[in-house]
Design a binder for this molecule. Sequence first.
Ligand SMILES: [Fe+2]
Length: 243
Amino acid sequence: MVDAPTPLRIQPLFPMALGQVQLAPDPLDTARLLQRILELREGASCEEGVAWTGDVHGAGELHHDPLFAPLITALAGHAWAYLAALGFDRRRLALHVQRSWPVVSEAGELVGRHHHPNAHLSGVFYLNGDGSGRSGCLRLYAPRQVNELVPGLAVGQDGPLAPSAALNQPWQDVAPRAGLLVLFPSAVDHAVLPNEDPDETRFSLSIDFVLTAPAGAADPGEYLAPHPGRWRAIGEDGPPPGP
Ligand SMILES: [Fe+2]
């Protein structure tokens, strides 16, 4: 017999870092961005029930668009704060916006489960949304559910594990709210749930960030890629293009 002088204490272990910051964009600026996004989408043909995502429709580099660039630069500033919270030393990193694109989800549309293997850190910025989630939550999936103890139990199927158990939820949902920036590791699977608001088109921006060594670092260490300014593209035939 072993006495327990205090109750058993349970805490989440190794949580995934979900960054959220509520910003207050100027409504007129937002209106201009929405108008431009609708222009970019014009004439695009999408699969039935699937949201329009600019990255696969020729609008994947908004950071080079003068209208979007200031906003994306400001959002990247918050990405630095996220990295600092994870313990990164910014003096030993370069942060790059690799891709940035709009997502437009009409009533009934969604984005299926996926992740971004091309990037390290991903962000979503909501241009509208009231926080209710009706226009389609961002769903982030747990990489692995070790708390189910017996693999497969958390799936349900009338097993002995309560479906509502907080420490065994397979995902976390984030409701769109105008001005909310969400940051999460690019390796995490995520999806956008169907827009169930017949009166609101859902607008967001997605941003993919990549971490490399700083431009001046000749020795980036073992795992971090050197700064792309030090790379050399190699052509298939003849001399490599570029300097
Ligand atoms: Fe995504």
